[in-house]
Design a protein around this ligand. Sequence first.
Ligand SMILES: NC(=O)c1ccc[n+]([C@@H]2O[C@H](COP(=O)([O-])OP(=O)(O)OC[C@H]3O[C@@H](n4cnc5c(N)ncnc54)[C@H](OP(=O)(O)O)[C@@H]3O)[C@@H](O)[C@H]2O)c1
Length: 263
Amino acid sequence: MSQPVTLITGASEGIGAELARVFAAKGHEVVLVARRGELLTTLADEIAAAGGKTPMVVALDLVAAGAVESLAATLAGAGRTVQYLVNNAGFGLIGRVYELDQAEQLAMVDLNIRALTALTLRFLPEIRKASGGVLNVASVASFMPGPGFAVYYATKAYVRSFSEALAEELKPAGVKVSCLCPGPVETGFQSRAGMSFTGAMAAMKPALVPAAEVARQGYDGLMAGRRIVIPGLVNKALVWSARMTPRAVLLPVLATAQQKKRP
Ligand SMILES: NC(=O)c1ccc[n+]([C@@H]2O[C@H](COP(=O)([O-])OP(=O)(O)OC[C@H]3O[C@@H](n4cnc5c(N)ncnc54)[C@H](OP(=O)(O)O)[C@@H]3O)[C@@H](O)[C@H]2O)c1
């Protein structure tokens, strides 16, 4: 008998760690994936100490060649099948495309798009069999182009488009697919992206939804079968106004906003 699990990528910190806490608290056996194994082990110990099922930890670089197959083999070897997949690992890079390092930008595409897609395709047969679900973490950035943050915004547009289509395809099979679209959340994301939480970003702090609340809404949204989950009223309003604003007006406004987030 194989044991159904919830596979969570990018679980070593930030939103992914909070998602792991929420799924574990709801009784799921979670498998934690990220590169920094020591952080995953600390989180696994915390979850077990809090009474959750002891998580399995897989320290893995998801953009390395053969990563998804190696993860699948590890899970199969441990008698685990994926019922829920949480594609959360991702990063951004702020700056104009011609200023940023090309290899780093392509690595972002590899993680945010390629690894997410590869994991989904690889584990979908198991997820379908278990009538489980997929929670993909995009961003409010998925609803608009992002001059000054262009590749990141475009990767998230892919994630949302893919998730919405998948939700429709999998509805008859009883598989839930949700796309979690947070606004800015204070995590390791900002320092990795080259942003600072000073100046314009600091002024936004009171309106930010904490990572734990983002994770809770993501979990509830998935279980309720909601295609899109946007935590926070301010973020919902932002998405609505971006949809209503002509691109010729929106693009220069967004370019200025990104410029202000740079240190
Ligand atoms: N924070 C925000 O403002 C915000 C807003 C909207 C959407 N999001 C999205 O939310 C998701 C989580 O971001 P976060 O804010 O929680 O950022 P974070 O704190 O920087 O966490 C990112 C996670 O991804 C993992 N990761 C990065 N590269 C990886 C790789 N090559 N292989 C495996 N794991 C990798 C990191 O772990 P290791 O370094 O240990 O590998 C870490 O656990 C991302 O998809 C991000 O785009 C964030």
